[in-house]
Design a protein around this ligand. Sequence first.
Ligand SMILES: [Zn+2]
Length: 382
Amino acid sequence: MNLKNLSDQVLLEKTSELAYRERSTLIELLHHLREIERRRLFCTLKYQSLHDYMMKHLKYSDDEAVRRISAMRLLKELPAEEVARVEEKISEGELTLTNLSMAQTLFNHERKAGRALDAEDKAEFLRKIENQTTREAQKTAQSVSPEFRAKKKLGFSDIEDDLLREKLLRIKGQYAHKHPDMDLMQLLHLLCDHELAPVAQRVRKNTTKAKAENKAGTKNKTEAKNKTATKAKAEIEIKAEVKTKAGAETMSETKKAQNNDRPSASNSRADTKTPAGISDPADREVPLEIVVLAESSPQSQVPSSTQPQSKAQIKRNIWSRDNHQCTNCGSTYAIQEDHHFPKAAGGEYTEANMRLLCRNCNQRAAIEFYGMPKMSDYLRPF
Ligand SMILES: [Zn+2]
């Protein structure tokens, strides 16, 4: 392409026209991306998400993909008449992709803070940031939400350690059903809470145990004290009795009396000691019968192969076989069990008929089986 012979005027006009066409193409692109997302078509190409598809298939950078997806979702949430106006502003260059993406980040921020903006508020904000530079638009955003930081929050893609990022994304995926759209900070909070909960529980348990032990210790001490006092009293009484006897009887009689007493005392000691030794609770607690019964229980003697597999066993086998990830795209996000042959059409819960799919691939499979018109009411919006 040789532009050297173009006049200055024509060169400027041509460039303006190309910039306009580029922005118009952008709008067209956003519409196409929206429809691809609605159909979950990226799943048929085995991509885990629209973002994954845009980076690997369409060759956008991470930031470029994020800005386009944000703008596309923002347009999707606006009323039709507002969409037409915003698209015109994009074509004219009065609303930039960067500002649109920032606006969507603000709207999400407010929604998560429980102050979701309605369609009118959103439209008003977009009017305010028309023709503003990125810096000016950030200030406008802070006038809506003072704590909103235009500075990009630390996200999963900022983690340079690939293995750590993969681990965190995997955990995020496991929580996807319960906590959808969890960001990195929310996930770290959840992990900390999870890690600290047993510690707090242990501290509570130890405090309760220490209190109980203190109480028991005081009780035992009092009992021991009472026992010692009783024993001492008894010894004094015996000594006094012996002394009285010794005074009254001769030495031989005393010896005889002692000899007569000895077997009795010895028997008494043996009577006390032997049964105590046998009946020691620690000795009795050996649960031999229970162990034998457990080993010879009729249930455990039946070979497992003759028993039909329980649903829980089938479930364990499926998750283990598919390595807890989507069998189509390999994602570990929002994993679900899927009937190859749908349940509604008579498909059974067997290892052969079941597979793991991520939510997107599962929805795409349903679209392919039932068709988009039938499925559109059931699909979770992005
Ligand atoms: Zn998948």
